[in-house]
Design a protein around this ligand. Structure first.
Ligand SMILES: Cc1cc2nc3c(=O)[nH]c(=O)nc-3n(C[C@H](O)[C@H](O)[C@H](O)COP(=O)(O)O)c2cc1C
Length: 357
């Protein structure tokens, strides 16, 4: 077993409270799904979060163009862990033929579904016509999705935004095109492309979309803590919820949202240390070079520490560590030194206000 009996029993206790569900033909172990995040949702992090109650996960966005060219680094991004159960691979690209070919390649790595990124606001992606630029022309979307779907035998899904900008809010239209093309579900981030990460996700709009949607809908945006997740879960008409940034500062968010009192902090700093050790093992197995392992692991450790006492001092020290062993030693000292003092995060403050969806 990966975890101590004490931690595993807390995990099992909370995990039992979530219900499996099917979105179309895709089964998830809970309605709370880890959202795709570039350079973050590689298989070590995805597997860790599945072990910590995520009902499913989606990979970081992967370029169809780079798959077409057989780019070695990109091909490694397609890898899944044999223990991952409910994982999708997300692809991006404006060219339907290249997307179809990439989807076929990705399918051979064994995911449950292929997801198309239609929410990325980044200029480099949208100027070529990919990411959220795909929202601009619903008429062209049908043939694009049809080609990708025809290339694979597993389900195809899409992740979108509300529209290009305030005047161009058209998610309802996009969902209808998706339905006609046999898409399995739609995940939607409640902002427009123009908003990037500013303002608040518009959950009223998301809930109203669901009332008319012929397809299962997953809502996403600003569910940063267990309390807001559990509140939304209790009231939403949407079929499932996706969580991105909230899982970086609290990887136990999927489990803690299942409590009767989701404001109570169940997992201690010692539990955080244990999951960091688990992530260390997974990262070491996934990446050969110590430099890459260090860069990968350090960012997670620093995010996980957020909100614990003296976290900023620890963060500064962690960035001084130039090798894995010394990083792990100072991490252990830090998390053990906190004892039972809890975590307190400023959820109103800016935390990662850019990304690819
Ligand atoms: C660092 C970062 C990277 C992201 N990368 C992706 C991505 O690769 N694909 C995607 O569809 N969305 C991506 N997103 C968007 C998230 O999946 C999600 O839609 C957005 O962050 C809103 O959810 P949240 O408020 O729970 O963070 C990314 C977001 C962040 C912060």
């Amino acid at each position: 077993m990966a975890y101590s009996d004490q931690l595993q029993s807390k995990i099992d206790h909370l995990q039992k409270r979530s219900q499996p569900l099917a979105l179309g033909s895709i089964e998830f172990s809970s309605p709370l799904i880890l959202a795709p995040m570039a350079s973050i949702c590689n298989y070590p992090f995805r597997l860790l979060l599945e072990e910590l109650g995520a009902g499913g996960t989606v990979s970081e966005l992967i370029s169809a163009h780079a798959i077409h060219h057989g780019n070695a680094r990109t091909m490694k991004m397609l890898r899944l862990h044999e223990k991952e159960r409910n994982v999708g691979i997300q692809l991006f690209g404006e060219n339907a033929d290249m997307m179809a070919q990439a989807a076929k390649v990705a399918q051979d790595f064994g995911p449950k579904f292929i997801d198309v990124n239609m929410g990325c606001p980044v200029r480099k992606v949208v100027t070529k016509g990919g990411g959220s630029a795909l929202l601009k022309d619903p008429l062209a979307l049908g043939p694009y999705l049809k080609k990708i779907k025809a290339a694979i035998s597993i389900p195809l899904t899409i992740k979108i935004r509300m529209g290009w900008d305030e005047e161009g809010v058209n998610a309802d239209e996009i969902i209808h095109v998706a339905n006609e093309e046999g898409i399995e579900f739609v995940a939607i981030h409640g902002r427009t492309r123009a908003q990037q990460y500013t303002g608040k996700a518009d959950w009223n709009y998301l809930e109203s979309l669901k009332a008319e949607s012929p397809l299962p809908l997953i809502g996403n945006g600003d569910l940063h803590n267990p309390y807001s997740v559990s509140q939304r879960l209790a009231t939403t008409g949407l079929d499932a919820l996706m969580i991105a940034r909230g899982a970086l500062r609290n990887p136990f968010i999927f489990l803690e949202s299942m409590q009767d009192n989701p404001k109570e902090q169940i997992f201690s700093s010692v539990d955080y240390l244990e999951i960091i050790q688990r992530l260390f093992e997974l990262i070491c197995a996934a990446f050969d070079q110590d430099r890459v392992r260090l860069i990968q692991l350090r960012k997670f450790i620093v995010w996980f520490a957020a909100g614990f006492p003296n976290a900023s001092k620890f963060r500064a020290a962690a960035f001084q560590n130039q090798d894995l062993d010394s990083l792990m030693i100072s991490t252990k000292q830090y998390f053990l030194s906190i004892e039972n003092r809890g975590k307190s995060i400023d959820f109103e403050g800016v935390f990662m206000n850019s990304g690819h969806g």
